[in-house]
Write a protein that binds this ligand. Sequence first.
Ligand SMILES: Nc1ncnc2c1ncn2[C@@H]1O[C@H](COP(=O)(O)OP(=O)(O)OP(=O)(O)O)[C@@H](O)[C@H]1O
Ligand SMILES: [Mg+2]
Length: 450
Amino acid sequence: MEGFDEDWFVGVSVSKGALFLPLQKLLTNYLLTVGFVLFLTTIAVFKLSKYIVSPVERLVAATSDFATGKAVTPLNEKTYQEIDRLNQTFTAMTKKLAQRERGHKKSTLIIETTDNGVIAVNKKTMKITTFNRTCEKLFHLPRYEVVNRTVNEVMQKSDNFKQFVLSSRVLEFVGEEKNKKFELQCSFHQNIYHFFISISSLPSIESEEIHDEMLIVINDLTEKRQMERELVRSEKLKVVGQMAAGLAHEIRNPLAIIRGFIQLFGKEEEVKKNHYDLIIKEIDRVNYFITDLLNLSNPKSSEELKKTKINSLLEDMLILQKSQLKMKGIDIEKEFEELPTVLIDPGKLQQVFINIIQNAVEAIEEDGVVTIKTKHLALENKIAISILDTGCGMNTTTIEKLGTPFYSTKQTGTGLGLATSFRIIEEMNGTIVVSSEEGRGSKFVITLSY
Ligand SMILES: Nc1ncnc2c1ncn2[C@@H]1O[C@H](COP(=O)(O)OP(=O)(O)OP(=O)(O)O)[C@@H](O)[C@H]1O
Ligand SMILES: [Mg+2]
């Protein structure tokens, strides 16, 4: 055999384990070193990635919190340069946006809490973009039924809104950029409203040059006008009072003398008695008129205050009016609620009811309905009495003049009925609110505290 062709051989015997031991040691050391290095590298990579990724994750979380409207705490901690800059930019941006948000909320709050009605309309689409709380109350329209709808759509939905748009002629101002200011009168559900309207063009958010919205601001002057009317009325009453006092003195004394003599003549000359009676009746009429005048301007203080059951008072009065109502074919409808007693002079209140019902009867030409309702306004400690008729109604001039002494549209009217009634209710610290629509009827609501 090749290589073994000599006669002598040296044999070396080494165990397999001893032979591979150094090799195994080497391999173990190698594996340990590699493992250690791998372990160290993994830790380093983990630490490094945490260092890089964590701030980014925090920023992402803060961004999504901000986007969903949650509160964001400023990202102040120090990281590496790029993220630091990103954090600073983010914090500055959130601050600015929060500031802008606060400004926006404040403007919205102002629009929502102002007593003025605010409506904004897009001139191109004619869609309503703003309709504040005052408008909701004024037009009895919830905002969700108005915003993003066109003016025409809302007009079909609400009679009040339609009335307002038509009488203010706001649609004619769509093409104009000049501001318009004017006063307006509208009748919503038989109630007359006085408005001061201001119409202006609103610049668009994108550019000051483009005026794509129309802004309508409605200032409700109804209460102010009512107060002014009240003032004028009480001024007039004062004058009437002075005049009445003079008249009473000058007319009553001679009347009393004439009356006395005629009574005397009547006794003596039986034939002419009828004529004398007539003269006395007329003199008495003049006297009653003067009493009315005096009561109107200077009512006697109520000495007859009694705990009064208003429903019974109304029932009693209706018994007295029954025949008159029947003759004209007028139906009476009653809706009485249980009421607490009210401390008033019942005679005077009855006079008010009679005056108002008399007017209702006179307003109905033939066949109609007079509805009398009483209501307990427990929350306000008040009671309300409404008298509604289906008569001729009143125009705005008449409504405005109601309660003015001597104002009458009737040929034989003295125009003192309502003036006296207003005065009596005023004396009782109550209120009378009148609403009416020509051709449809009128409503008188008396409110009294108990
Ligand atoms: N229910 C009503 N319907 C229609 N018009 C009314 C009604 N109540 C009052 N008016 C109007 O108000 C005016 C004033 O009423 P008021 O009662 O003060 O006087 P008058 O009825 O004319 O006269 P008087 O009551 O002294 O006989 C009336 O002339 C009438 O035009
Ligand atoms: Mg009258």
